[in-house]
Design a protein around this ligand. Structure first.
Ligand code: BTN
Length: 241
């Protein structure tokens, strides 16, 4: 896979968005340890202390665009891949927080932002942005954030960590083709926070307690609330943790 390492950049996702036509590859990666204006989900900012963490984006343009439910599969697969990678580093108590955050010991250590381009109502390519908190210790007011170093009490070599991390994405397209949506979903649900316990959420401004039973797509989740199964959209639901 082609790798582009930048000394500093506003956002690796935006770098790809602006420059993707300069590359002929269908899969390549851009990363930095110094992202100055990172973007998060729901229009948030992704803050990352310089030279402490990995900020990385993969450009992915599938050769075969007819794979059923590709976006749904990709969304789940990216979280699963990160979780498995962190498991190989023996990071404690890993969980996926729906739709795509990675928690360790109930704190967020990685976030994912997947952006798409659409042509004639079809997604033609994906920018998979991942922020991984590696060696940062201080998160100021972000009480739910943590890093691998904070949890494991040791420092990680960012270059080596990044090299190993990038490798797990090298077979992305063949994995998406060979695994069924049910296979991927089963693995995703197995590692999803809130499937075996009742958690507290904020839904459109009010609190509710629910247990996740299934996910329907990357944007909606099924939960049992007061004995009834309801469907909730990601944009309306926020886990209180
Ligand atoms: C979130 O949890 O809100 C998603 C965070 C995604 C952050 C990554 S860092 C690399 C890539 N470039 C960006 O500007 N954002 C993503």
């Amino acid at each position: 896979m082609k790798l582009i390492k930048l000394n500093a950049i506003d956002s690796t996702n935006d770098f790809i968005k602006k420059n993707k036509l300069l590359f002929s590859e269908n899969l390549f990666c851009v990363y930095t340890f110094n992202q100055t204006l990172g973007k998060g989900q729901r229009g948030n900012i992704w803050n990352s202390q310089p030279f402490k963490n990995l900020c990385i984006s993969f450009y992915f343009k599938p050769n075969d665009n007819n794979v059923k439910k590709l976006f749904f599969k990709l969304n789940m697969l990216v979280s699963i891949k990160i979780l498995h990678f962190l498991k190989s580093y023996k990071i404690d108590d890993l969980k996926i927080k729906w739709p795509n955050d990675i928690l360790s010991a109930d704190k967020k250590i990685a976030g994912i932002l997947i952006e798409t381009s659409i042509q004639r109502s079809q997604i033609i390519d994906y920018i998979i942005g991942i922020g991984l908190n590696v060696n940062q210790l201080d998160f100021n007011e972000l009480s739910n954030a943590s890093s691998i170093k904070k949890i494991m009490k040791k420092d990680y070599d960012l270059n080596l960590f990044s090299k190993n991390f990038i490798e797990i994405f090298s077979n992305l397209e063949s994995e998406l083709q060979s695994a069924t949506v049910d296979d991927i979903k089963a693995e995703y649900l197995k590692n999803l926070y809130g499937t075996d316990s009742i958690l507290k959420y904020n839904y459109k401004g009010s609190d509710l307690k629910g247990k996740i039973t299934d996910i329907d797509s990357s944007i909606s989740v099924k939960m049992i609330v007061n004995g009834k199964i309801n469907i909730y959209k990601a944009e309306d639901l926020k886990l209180i943790y």
